[in-house]
Design a protein around this ligand. Structure first.
Ligand code: UD1
Ligand code: CA
Length: 447
């Protein structure tokens, strides 16, 4: 077996029906911090650097197939149980000769240290045929209970449905993670039957079958925090909270200041630089990068956006996909920015909308100014603004339109033609003024 020592393939089971989620989505496609559960498991599997990763899915699970690319998918025709699911992966491992590590797609928290510990324990025991990862949950209800023999090896696992009163008292449960050598596993999997209360082929039967060949199963125990899985929406919410806590710690470890970490929501891929400050109640959707020394004030919502060095966002700002905020810019309250590249030092301090635009460095976007980027048919038209322009309050820039460098657009102007550099554009009705009108009207209104 020596030649197998460092070869590894991971098989991830994701073909179960996930009925308890009461959802049209395959269970493993439910998202944690914006990323499908299966991708969290894959990230861990990838970190083990196996030769192959095979994900076992149900027929027609195209969403799962797409989510796990470039890894291979093996289809389990019918959900006949976990042993049958591993069997379904074997053809995809044709020609591979090494160890197989089986993970469940609904258990995203295992660390590579714990998984390596299991592999090492099996590899370090010359007699051992399998390795099973144990856990001791506060409430073992629903889990397979592990029976040990006098030598500490695993004798068998009894599923909840098949357990008697005494077996139900056992606290040591199977986590769902196991490993073995491919050749052995193929042989033993072929012997698994379905004579049990569920009528399924259980992976839990393998240790007893291996024992008949004189090959014991080693047990290692996982830290409890890693064993959380999601069978229901309520459990999914618990996992989300855990993952958020981890992402908050990661941000702080990288040098960001989170004033009240528990109120900041991250995406799996959020990147915060050094000395970024994030105030309470901020939401990061997917694909956000915030560079060093920037500040994100309270109640801001960011998604697929870049905030460059030293910029200030919010409070109550919304950065939508494609927002790229230049260094030291200031984006204030109730400002929405979409698909727009802002140069350095741009100011949009309140109540503005900038969409499908390029804004030059140092330009000021006053209160109530907006880009009019939708003509009722398409949003393809762009607004291009040069450096150091002054866009007054309540200005409408009707795209496609170009505002030259240093141009002034007077408050209240609707601009629907290009404005040259350094020009003033003003479109304003002269008010009609009637002296004494209000004073005369007031008594009548009061009466
Ligand atoms: C399983 C174990 C149980 C263990 C628990 C830990 C078995 C028989 N039971 O129970 O001992 O304590 O996990 O969480 O293994 N799957 C398939 N094809 C199938 C059936 C399941 O791919 O035909 C996949 C599911 O998508 C899931 C995983 O296998 O990712 C586990 O299935 P699930 O039904 O959740 O098993 P549990 O009842 O949790
Ligand atoms: Ca499960």
């Amino acid at each position: 077996m020596k030649e197998n020592k460092h070869k590894l393939a991971c098989v991830i089971l994701a073909a179960g029906k996930g009925k308890r989620m009461r959802s049209d989505l395959p269970k493993v496609m439910h998202r944690l911090a914006g990323r499908p559960m299966i991708n969290w498991v894959l990230e861990t599997a990838e970190a083990l650097k196996p030769e192959k990763i095979i994900v076992v899915t149900a027929p027609g699970a195209d969403a799962v197939r797409d989510a796990v690319k470039p890894h291979a998918v093996a289809v389990q025709k019918e959900a006949l149980g976990t042993a049958d699911a591993v069997k379904a992966a074997l053809p995809a491992l044709d020609g591979f000769d090494g160890d197989i590590l089986v993970l469940y797609g609904d258990g995203p928290f295992y660390t590579i240290e714990t998984l390596r510990g299991l592999l090492d324990a099996m590899r370090g025991d010359a007699k051992a045929g399998l390795g099973y990862l144990a856990m001791t949950p506060d409430d073992p209800t629903g889990y397979g209970r592990m029976l040990r023999n006098n030598n500490g090896y695993l004798e068998g696992i009894v599923e909840e449905k098949d357990a008697g009163a005494n077996e139900k008292k056992i606290g040591l449960c199977w986590s769902g993670v196991m490993c073995g050598r491919k050749g052995d596993m193929a042989q033993w999997l072929a012997k698994v039957g379905n004579q049990n209360a569920g009528g399924e082929y259980y992976l839990t039967d393998l240790p007893a079958i291996a024992a008949q060949d004189g090959r014991p199963t080693v047990i290692t125990e996982s830290p409890l925090a890693e064993t959380l899985g999601a069978n229901t929406k309520a459990e999914l919410a618990v996992l989300e909270r855990r993952i958020q806590d981890r992402l908050r710690l990661r941000a702080m470890d990288n040098g960001a200041t989170l004033v009240d970490p528990a109120t900041v929501y991250f995406s799996f891929d959020t990147v915060l630089g050094r000395d970024v400050t994030v105030e309470p109640n901020v939401y990061f959707g997917a694909g956000v990068k915030v560079e060093d020394n920037a500040i994100v004030h309270a109640f801001s919502h960011l998604e697929q956006a870049v905030v460059r060095e030293g910029a200030s966002i919010g409070p109550f700002a919304r950065l939508r996909p494609g927002a790229d905020i230049g260094a030291h810019s200031r984006i204030g309250n109730f400002v929405e920015i979409k698909n727009a590249k802002l140069g350095d030092g741009v100011k949009a301090s309140h109540l503005a909308y900038i969409g499908d635009a390029e804004v030059g460095a140092g330009t000021n976007f006053s209160c109530g100014a907006i880009t009019v980027n939708y003509d009722g048919f398409s949003k393809k038209s762009k607004t291009i603004i040069g450096d150091n322009a002054m866009i007054g309050s309540n200005v409408n820039l009707v795209a496609p339109v170009t505002i030259g460098t240093g141009a002034y657009i007077a408050a209240g102007t609707t601009v629907s033609r290009d404005i040259p550099a350094d020009a003033l554009a003003v479109a304003r009705e002269k008010p009609t003024v009637i002296d004494g009108w209000a004073a005369k009207k007031r008594p009548a209104k009061k009466g």
